[in-house]
Design a protein around this ligand. Structure first.
Ligand SMILES: *Cc1c(COP(=O)(O)O)cnc(C)c1O
Length: 425
Protein backbone atom coordinates (compact mmCIF):
# COMPACT_ATOMS: atom_id res chain seq x y z
CA UNK A 1 0.00 0.00 0.00
CA UNK A 2 1.38 3.41 -0.90
CA UNK A 3 0.17 6.86 0.01
CA UNK A 4 -0.77 7.40 -3.65
CA UNK A 5 -3.32 4.60 -3.68
CA UNK A 6 -4.31 4.82 -0.05
CA UNK A 7 -7.45 6.89 -0.44
CA UNK A 8 -9.10 4.46 -2.81
CA UNK A 9 -9.48 7.25 -5.33
CA UNK A 10 -6.68 8.82 -7.32
CA UNK A 11 -4.47 10.61 -4.83
CA UNK A 12 -1.80 11.37 -7.44
CA UNK A 13 -4.36 13.23 -9.56
CA UNK A 14 -5.51 15.25 -6.56
CA UNK A 15 -1.94 16.13 -5.71
CA UNK A 16 -1.40 17.42 -9.24
CA UNK A 17 -4.60 19.46 -9.33
CA UNK A 18 -4.84 20.69 -5.74
CA UNK A 19 -1.59 20.36 -3.84
CA UNK A 20 -2.95 22.42 -0.93
CA UNK A 21 -5.73 19.98 -0.06
CA UNK A 22 -3.59 16.98 -1.02
CA UNK A 23 -1.03 18.20 1.49
CA UNK A 24 -3.66 18.37 4.21
CA UNK A 25 -4.67 14.75 3.55
CA UNK A 26 -1.10 13.59 3.70
CA UNK A 27 -0.07 15.68 6.70
CA UNK A 28 -3.12 14.46 8.64
CA UNK A 29 -1.98 10.91 7.91
CA UNK A 30 1.44 11.98 9.17
CA UNK A 31 -0.11 13.42 12.32
CA UNK A 32 -1.98 10.17 13.00
CA UNK A 33 1.15 8.13 12.42
CA UNK A 34 3.43 10.21 14.61
CA UNK A 35 1.37 10.41 17.81
CA UNK A 36 -0.58 8.28 20.26
CA UNK A 37 -4.30 8.61 19.52
CA UNK A 38 -6.13 8.14 22.83
CA UNK A 39 -9.38 9.96 22.08
CA UNK A 40 -11.97 7.42 23.17
CA UNK A 41 -14.38 8.20 20.32
CA UNK A 42 -11.84 7.75 17.52
CA UNK A 43 -10.44 4.81 15.61
CA UNK A 44 -8.48 4.03 12.46
CA UNK A 45 -10.81 2.56 9.85
CA UNK A 46 -9.44 0.15 7.29
CA UNK A 47 -8.21 0.98 3.78
CA UNK A 48 -11.21 -1.03 2.49
CA UNK A 49 -13.65 1.22 4.38
CA UNK A 50 -11.82 4.32 3.14
CA UNK A 51 -11.95 2.99 -0.42
CA UNK A 52 -15.74 2.68 -0.29
CA UNK A 53 -15.90 6.22 1.14
CA UNK A 54 -13.82 7.59 -1.70
CA UNK A 55 -16.04 6.04 -4.36
CA UNK A 56 -18.48 7.30 -7.00
CA UNK A 57 -21.42 6.18 -4.85
CA UNK A 58 -21.04 9.65 -3.35
CA UNK A 59 -22.68 11.01 -6.52
CA UNK A 60 -25.97 9.16 -6.29
CA UNK A 61 -29.25 10.55 -5.06
CA UNK A 62 -31.30 7.78 -3.53
CA UNK A 63 -34.00 9.35 -1.33
CA UNK A 64 -36.20 6.58 0.00
CA UNK A 65 -35.26 2.99 0.78
CA UNK A 66 -34.07 0.06 -1.40
CA UNK A 67 -36.74 -0.77 -3.99
CA UNK A 68 -38.73 2.36 -3.00
CA UNK A 69 -36.65 5.30 -4.24
CA UNK A 70 -37.67 8.73 -5.44
CA UNK A 71 -34.92 8.68 -8.10
CA UNK A 72 -33.99 6.47 -11.06
CA UNK A 73 -30.65 4.76 -11.39
CA UNK A 74 -30.61 3.26 -7.93
CA UNK A 75 -30.07 -0.38 -8.94
CA UNK A 76 -26.46 -0.45 -7.76
CA UNK A 77 -26.73 1.64 -4.61
CA UNK A 78 -29.74 -0.48 -3.63
CA UNK A 79 -27.40 -3.46 -3.49
CA UNK A 80 -25.03 -1.57 -1.20
CA UNK A 81 -27.81 -0.58 1.19
CA UNK A 82 -29.34 -4.07 1.20
CA UNK A 83 -25.94 -5.54 2.07
CA UNK A 84 -25.47 -2.99 4.85
CA UNK A 85 -28.95 -3.66 6.29
CA UNK A 86 -28.65 -7.45 6.18
CA UNK A 87 -25.15 -7.46 7.66
CA UNK A 88 -26.16 -5.02 10.38
CA UNK A 89 -29.19 -7.12 11.35
CA UNK A 90 -27.10 -10.29 11.46
CA UNK A 91 -24.23 -8.68 13.37
CA UNK A 92 -26.50 -7.42 16.13
CA UNK A 93 -29.19 -10.11 15.88
CA UNK A 94 -31.69 -7.30 15.33
CA UNK A 95 -35.21 -7.39 13.94
CA UNK A 96 -34.76 -4.22 11.90
CA UNK A 97 -31.89 -1.93 10.87
CA UNK A 98 -31.78 1.53 9.35
CA UNK A 99 -28.33 2.44 8.03
CA UNK A 100 -29.09 5.89 6.62
CA UNK A 101 -28.39 8.19 9.59
CA UNK A 102 -25.61 10.60 8.67
CA UNK A 103 -24.17 10.53 12.19
CA UNK A 104 -24.85 9.52 15.76
CA UNK A 105 -26.65 12.79 16.40
CA UNK A 106 -28.86 12.21 13.33
CA UNK A 107 -29.76 8.71 14.49
CA UNK A 108 -30.71 10.20 17.85
CA UNK A 109 -32.85 12.86 16.16
CA UNK A 110 -34.77 10.06 14.50
CA UNK A 111 -35.56 8.56 17.90
CA UNK A 112 -37.06 11.85 19.07
CA UNK A 113 -38.92 12.14 15.78
CA UNK A 114 -40.39 8.66 16.09
CA UNK A 115 -41.35 8.68 19.76
CA UNK A 116 -41.80 12.21 21.11
CA UNK A 117 -43.83 15.28 20.26
CA UNK A 118 -42.35 18.66 21.15
CA UNK A 119 -42.65 19.30 24.89
CA UNK A 120 -42.87 15.62 25.82
CA UNK A 121 -40.63 14.12 28.45
CA UNK A 122 -37.36 12.23 28.23
CA UNK A 123 -35.21 10.75 31.03
CA UNK A 124 -31.50 10.47 30.22
CA UNK A 125 -28.02 10.60 31.74
CA UNK A 126 -26.83 14.12 32.45
CA UNK A 127 -23.97 15.43 30.32
CA UNK A 128 -21.68 16.37 33.23
CA UNK A 129 -22.04 12.81 34.55
CA UNK A 130 -21.15 11.20 31.22
CA UNK A 131 -24.23 11.58 28.98
CA UNK A 132 -24.30 13.28 25.58
CA UNK A 133 -25.29 16.69 24.18
CA UNK A 134 -28.15 15.09 22.23
CA UNK A 135 -29.66 13.66 25.42
CA UNK A 136 -31.60 16.79 26.32
CA UNK A 137 -28.97 19.44 27.04
CA UNK A 138 -30.11 23.05 26.77
CA UNK A 139 -27.78 23.86 23.84
CA UNK A 140 -29.14 20.98 21.72
CA UNK A 141 -32.43 20.61 19.83
CA UNK A 142 -33.13 17.79 22.27
CA UNK A 143 -33.19 20.11 25.26
CA UNK A 144 -34.82 23.04 23.46
CA UNK A 145 -37.76 21.11 22.02
CA UNK A 146 -38.26 18.36 24.61
CA UNK A 147 -38.66 18.27 28.36
CA UNK A 148 -35.51 16.54 29.58
CA UNK A 149 -35.04 15.16 33.09
CA UNK A 150 -31.59 13.83 33.96
CA UNK A 151 -30.16 11.12 36.18
CA UNK A 152 -26.49 10.86 37.11
CA UNK A 153 -23.97 8.62 38.76
CA UNK A 154 -24.12 7.53 42.40
CA UNK A 155 -21.74 9.60 44.56
CA UNK A 156 -20.21 6.49 46.16
CA UNK A 157 -19.84 4.13 43.21
CA UNK A 158 -19.49 6.84 40.52
CA UNK A 159 -21.44 4.42 38.31
CA UNK A 160 -24.94 4.94 36.84
CA UNK A 161 -27.40 5.47 39.68
CA UNK A 162 -30.15 2.95 38.88
CA UNK A 163 -32.15 3.79 42.00
CA UNK A 164 -32.26 7.39 40.82
CA UNK A 165 -33.47 6.27 37.37
CA UNK A 166 -36.26 4.30 39.02
CA UNK A 167 -37.25 7.15 41.34
CA UNK A 168 -37.25 9.76 38.55
CA UNK A 169 -39.11 7.47 36.16
CA UNK A 170 -41.89 6.98 38.72
CA UNK A 171 -42.08 10.67 39.64
CA UNK A 172 -41.75 12.13 36.16
CA UNK A 173 -43.39 9.44 33.96
CA UNK A 174 -41.16 10.09 30.91
CA UNK A 175 -42.27 8.76 27.51
CA UNK A 176 -38.69 7.88 26.64
CA UNK A 177 -35.83 6.58 28.79
CA UNK A 178 -32.30 6.76 27.40
CA UNK A 179 -29.25 4.81 28.55
CA UNK A 180 -25.73 5.39 27.29
CA UNK A 181 -23.31 8.27 27.04
CA UNK A 182 -19.84 9.40 26.13
CA UNK A 183 -17.90 8.85 29.33
CA UNK A 184 -19.31 5.75 31.01
CA UNK A 185 -16.50 3.31 31.76
CA UNK A 186 -18.70 0.52 33.15
CA UNK A 187 -21.22 -1.92 31.66
CA UNK A 188 -24.80 -0.69 31.75
CA UNK A 189 -27.49 -2.85 33.38
CA UNK A 190 -29.93 -2.94 30.46
CA UNK A 191 -32.28 -5.46 32.15
CA UNK A 192 -32.73 -3.14 35.10
CA UNK A 193 -33.60 -0.13 32.95
CA UNK A 194 -35.89 -2.24 30.72
CA UNK A 195 -37.82 -3.24 33.82
CA UNK A 196 -38.11 0.40 34.91
CA UNK A 197 -39.26 1.46 31.43
CA UNK A 198 -41.90 -1.29 31.44
CA UNK A 199 -43.13 -0.24 34.85
CA UNK A 200 -43.81 3.34 33.71
CA UNK A 201 -44.76 2.51 30.11
CA UNK A 202 -41.77 4.28 28.54
CA UNK A 203 -39.90 3.49 25.36
CA UNK A 204 -36.37 2.24 26.16
CA UNK A 205 -33.67 3.77 23.95
CA UNK A 206 -29.99 2.84 24.22
CA UNK A 207 -27.46 5.22 22.67
CA UNK A 208 -24.63 2.75 22.14
CA UNK A 209 -22.41 5.13 20.12
CA UNK A 210 -19.35 4.47 22.23
CA UNK A 211 -19.52 0.80 23.02
CA UNK A 212 -21.36 -0.75 20.05
CA UNK A 213 -18.04 -2.01 18.65
CA UNK A 214 -17.52 -4.07 21.80
CA UNK A 215 -21.02 -5.50 21.33
CA UNK A 216 -20.28 -6.27 17.66
CA UNK A 217 -17.19 -8.19 18.79
CA UNK A 218 -19.25 -10.03 21.44
CA UNK A 219 -16.89 -8.71 24.12
CA UNK A 220 -19.68 -7.22 26.26
CA UNK A 221 -23.44 -7.93 26.59
CA UNK A 222 -25.72 -6.51 23.91
CA UNK A 223 -28.48 -3.96 24.55
CA UNK A 224 -30.36 -5.13 21.45
CA UNK A 225 -32.57 -7.79 23.13
CA UNK A 226 -33.63 -5.31 25.82
CA UNK A 227 -34.07 -1.96 24.07
CA UNK A 228 -36.86 -0.76 21.81
CA UNK A 229 -34.24 1.05 19.75
CA UNK A 230 -30.43 1.16 19.80
CA UNK A 231 -28.72 4.06 18.04
CA UNK A 232 -25.01 4.16 17.40
CA UNK A 233 -22.13 5.76 15.56
CA UNK A 234 -20.14 3.63 13.16
CA UNK A 235 -16.76 5.33 13.57
CA UNK A 236 -15.86 4.79 17.23
CA UNK A 237 -14.76 1.35 18.51
CA UNK A 238 -16.75 -0.17 15.61
CA UNK A 239 -14.06 1.25 13.26
CA UNK A 240 -16.24 2.03 10.25
CA UNK A 241 -16.88 5.28 8.37
CA UNK A 242 -17.91 8.49 10.16
CA UNK A 243 -21.65 7.91 10.35
CA UNK A 244 -24.58 6.53 12.33
CA UNK A 245 -27.18 3.76 12.26
CA UNK A 246 -29.93 2.25 14.37
CA UNK A 247 -31.45 -1.14 15.07
CA UNK A 248 -34.89 -1.68 16.59
CA UNK A 249 -37.80 -3.99 17.27
CA UNK A 250 -39.96 -4.69 14.21
CA UNK A 251 -42.91 -2.88 15.83
CA UNK A 252 -40.97 0.41 15.65
CA UNK A 253 -39.45 -0.12 12.19
CA UNK A 254 -41.92 1.96 10.18
CA UNK A 255 -41.91 4.88 12.64
CA UNK A 256 -38.11 5.02 12.81
CA UNK A 257 -37.63 4.65 9.05
CA UNK A 258 -40.03 7.56 8.49
CA UNK A 259 -38.25 9.59 11.16
CA UNK A 260 -34.84 9.10 9.49
CA UNK A 261 -36.28 9.91 6.05
CA UNK A 262 -38.15 12.10 5.23
CA UNK A 263 -38.61 13.66 8.68
CA UNK A 264 -34.95 14.39 9.56
CA UNK A 265 -32.78 13.76 6.51
CA UNK A 266 -32.75 14.09 2.75
CA UNK A 267 -30.75 11.86 0.42
CA UNK A 268 -28.67 9.15 2.08
CA UNK A 269 -24.89 9.12 1.62
CA UNK A 270 -24.58 5.97 -0.45
CA UNK A 271 -20.77 5.89 -0.38
CA UNK A 272 -20.91 5.95 3.41
CA UNK A 273 -23.58 3.24 3.42
CA UNK A 274 -21.32 1.08 1.24
CA UNK A 275 -18.50 1.73 3.71
CA UNK A 276 -20.82 0.70 6.57
CA UNK A 277 -21.50 -2.57 4.72
CA UNK A 278 -17.75 -3.22 4.47
CA UNK A 279 -17.33 -2.40 8.15
CA UNK A 280 -20.16 -4.74 9.24
CA UNK A 281 -18.46 -7.52 7.28
CA UNK A 282 -15.17 -6.78 9.06
CA UNK A 283 -16.92 -6.83 12.43
CA UNK A 284 -18.25 -10.34 11.81
CA UNK A 285 -14.73 -11.83 11.64
CA UNK A 286 -12.93 -13.67 14.46
CA UNK A 287 -10.11 -11.10 14.11
CA UNK A 288 -12.49 -8.30 14.99
CA UNK A 289 -13.87 -10.25 17.98
CA UNK A 290 -10.31 -10.65 19.24
CA UNK A 291 -9.75 -6.94 18.62
CA UNK A 292 -12.80 -6.02 20.72
CA UNK A 293 -11.56 -8.15 23.63
CA UNK A 294 -8.07 -6.68 23.33
CA UNK A 295 -9.46 -3.13 23.41
CA UNK A 296 -10.94 -3.87 26.84
CA UNK A 297 -7.86 -5.68 28.18
CA UNK A 298 -5.76 -2.74 27.05
CA UNK A 299 -8.10 -0.17 28.61
CA UNK A 300 -7.90 -2.07 31.90
CA UNK A 301 -4.10 -2.23 31.68
CA UNK A 302 -3.91 1.49 30.90
CA UNK A 303 -6.27 2.32 33.78
CA UNK A 304 -4.22 0.30 36.24
CA UNK A 305 -0.97 1.83 34.93
CA UNK A 306 -2.39 5.30 35.54
CA UNK A 307 -3.62 4.22 38.99
CA UNK A 308 -0.08 3.16 39.90
CA UNK A 309 0.99 6.71 39.06
CA UNK A 310 -1.59 8.21 41.43
CA UNK A 311 -4.06 9.17 38.71
CA UNK A 312 -7.50 7.93 39.66
CA UNK A 313 -9.85 6.22 37.18
CA UNK A 314 -13.42 6.98 38.28
CA UNK A 315 -15.32 3.85 39.47
CA UNK A 316 -11.86 2.38 40.11
CA UNK A 317 -11.32 1.16 36.56
CA UNK A 318 -13.17 0.13 33.43
CA UNK A 319 -15.12 -2.70 31.75
CA UNK A 320 -14.98 -1.06 28.35
CA UNK A 321 -12.65 0.76 25.95
CA UNK A 322 -12.34 3.95 28.00
CA UNK A 323 -11.29 5.27 31.36
CA UNK A 324 -12.28 8.57 32.89
CA UNK A 325 -9.36 9.72 34.99
CA UNK A 326 -9.56 12.11 37.93
CA UNK A 327 -6.40 14.22 38.03
CA UNK A 328 -7.12 15.96 41.34
CA UNK A 329 -4.74 13.62 43.21
CA UNK A 330 -1.84 14.85 41.04
CA UNK A 331 -3.13 18.45 41.18
CA UNK A 332 -3.29 19.08 37.44
CA UNK A 333 -6.42 20.27 35.58
CA UNK A 334 -7.84 18.43 32.58
CA UNK A 335 -7.11 21.46 30.40
CA UNK A 336 -3.43 21.57 31.37
CA UNK A 337 -3.11 17.79 31.06
CA UNK A 338 -4.56 17.88 27.53
CA UNK A 339 -2.17 20.66 26.47
CA UNK A 340 0.88 19.02 28.06
CA UNK A 341 0.11 15.67 26.42
CA UNK A 342 -0.57 17.33 23.07
CA UNK A 343 2.83 19.03 23.17
CA UNK A 344 4.40 15.60 23.61
CA UNK A 345 2.52 13.76 20.83
CA UNK A 346 -0.17 12.21 23.04
CA UNK A 347 -3.67 13.11 21.85
CA UNK A 348 -6.43 12.87 24.47
CA UNK A 349 -9.18 15.12 25.79
CA UNK A 350 -9.97 16.86 29.03
CA UNK A 351 -13.23 15.64 30.51
CA UNK A 352 -15.44 16.61 33.41
CA UNK A 353 -15.58 14.00 36.15
CA UNK A 354 -18.81 13.46 38.13
CA UNK A 355 -19.39 16.43 40.48
CA UNK A 356 -16.43 18.23 38.97
CA UNK A 357 -15.49 21.36 40.96
CA UNK A 358 -13.99 22.91 37.78
CA UNK A 359 -15.83 24.54 34.87
CA UNK A 360 -16.32 22.25 31.84
CA UNK A 361 -13.71 24.25 29.88
CA UNK A 362 -11.10 23.44 32.54
CA UNK A 363 -12.31 20.09 33.97
CA UNK A 364 -10.61 17.90 36.56
CA UNK A 365 -10.17 14.84 34.40
CA UNK A 366 -9.07 13.32 31.14
CA UNK A 367 -10.74 10.61 29.08
CA UNK A 368 -8.57 7.96 27.47
CA UNK A 369 -9.58 5.18 25.09
CA UNK A 370 -7.68 2.28 23.55
CA UNK A 371 -9.49 1.74 20.23
CA UNK A 372 -6.76 3.29 18.06
CA UNK A 373 -3.73 1.88 19.87
CA UNK A 374 -5.26 -1.60 19.79
CA UNK A 375 -5.92 -1.26 16.05
CA UNK A 376 -2.20 -0.53 15.75
CA UNK A 377 -1.49 -3.85 17.48
CA UNK A 378 -0.35 -2.57 20.86
CA UNK A 379 -0.92 -4.80 23.90
CA UNK A 380 -0.80 -4.60 27.68
CA UNK A 381 2.99 -4.22 27.81
CA UNK A 382 2.74 -1.10 25.66
CA UNK A 383 -0.15 0.20 27.80
CA UNK A 384 2.19 0.29 30.82
CA UNK A 385 4.58 2.42 28.77
CA UNK A 386 1.74 4.66 27.59
CA UNK A 387 0.70 5.18 31.23
CA UNK A 388 4.29 6.15 32.12
CA UNK A 389 4.42 8.62 29.22
CA UNK A 390 1.05 10.18 30.10
CA UNK A 391 2.08 10.53 33.72
CA UNK A 392 5.38 12.19 32.82
CA UNK A 393 3.77 14.61 30.36
CA UNK A 394 0.92 15.48 32.73
CA UNK A 395 2.93 15.98 35.90
CA UNK A 396 6.26 17.29 34.56
CA UNK A 397 5.45 18.83 31.17
CA UNK A 398 4.78 22.51 30.59
CA UNK A 399 2.91 22.38 27.28
CA UNK A 400 5.91 23.60 25.29
CA UNK A 401 6.59 21.20 22.38
CA UNK A 402 10.27 22.18 22.52
CA UNK A 403 10.58 21.76 26.29
CA UNK A 404 12.82 19.01 27.67
CA UNK A 405 9.98 16.91 29.09
CA UNK A 406 7.88 17.14 25.90
CA UNK A 407 10.88 16.04 23.87
CA UNK A 408 11.64 13.14 26.20
CA UNK A 409 8.05 11.95 26.16
CA UNK A 410 7.84 12.37 22.39
CA UNK A 411 10.90 10.15 22.01
CA UNK A 412 9.01 7.42 23.89
CA UNK A 413 5.95 7.99 21.71
CA UNK A 414 8.06 7.72 18.55
CA UNK A 415 9.52 4.43 19.71
CA UNK A 416 6.01 3.02 20.22
CA UNK A 417 4.54 4.23 16.93
CA UNK A 418 7.54 2.97 14.98
CA UNK A 419 7.06 -0.50 16.44
CA UNK A 420 3.23 -0.32 16.07
CA UNK A 421 2.53 1.99 13.13
CA UNK A 422 -0.87 3.37 12.21
CA UNK A 423 -1.59 2.67 8.52
CA UNK A 424 1.69 0.84 7.91
CA UNK A 425 3.25 1.61 4.54
C1 LIG B 1 -20.38 10.36 19.67
C2 LIG B 1 -21.73 10.28 20.27
C3 LIG B 1 -22.86 10.76 19.60
C4 LIG B 1 -22.79 11.64 18.38
O1 LIG B 1 -22.23 11.11 17.27
P1 LIG B 1 -21.89 12.09 16.05
O2 LIG B 1 -21.61 11.12 14.94
O3 LIG B 1 -20.73 12.91 16.46
O4 LIG B 1 -23.10 12.92 15.76
C5 LIG B 1 -24.11 10.54 20.17
N1 LIG B 1 -24.22 9.89 21.33
C6 LIG B 1 -23.15 9.44 22.02
C7 LIG B 1 -23.38 8.74 23.30
C8 LIG B 1 -21.88 9.62 21.52
O5 LIG B 1 -20.83 9.19 22.21
Amino acid sequence: MTDDTFYGSDYAALRDFDPEVADVLLSELGRIRSGLQLIASENLSSPEVLTALGSTLSNKYAEGYPGRRYYGGCSEVDKAEELAIERCKTLFDAEHANVQAHSGASANQAVYGAFLKPGEKLLAMSLPHGGHLTHGTKVSFSGKWFDAVHYGVHPDTEDVDYDEIERLAKEERPKLICAGGSAIPRLIDFERIRAIADEVGAVFWVDAAHFIGLVAGKAIPSPVPHADVVTFTTHKVLRGPRSGALVCKEEHAAALDKAVFPMMQGGPQMHTIAAKAVNFKECATPEYAQYARDVITNAQALASGLTEHGMRPTTGGTDTHLALVDLQPVEVTGKDAEARCDAAGIVLNKNAIPNDPQKPGIASGIRVGTACLTTQGMGTEQMATVADLIHKAVTEGDGDPDGTVSREVRAGVTELVEAFPAYPR
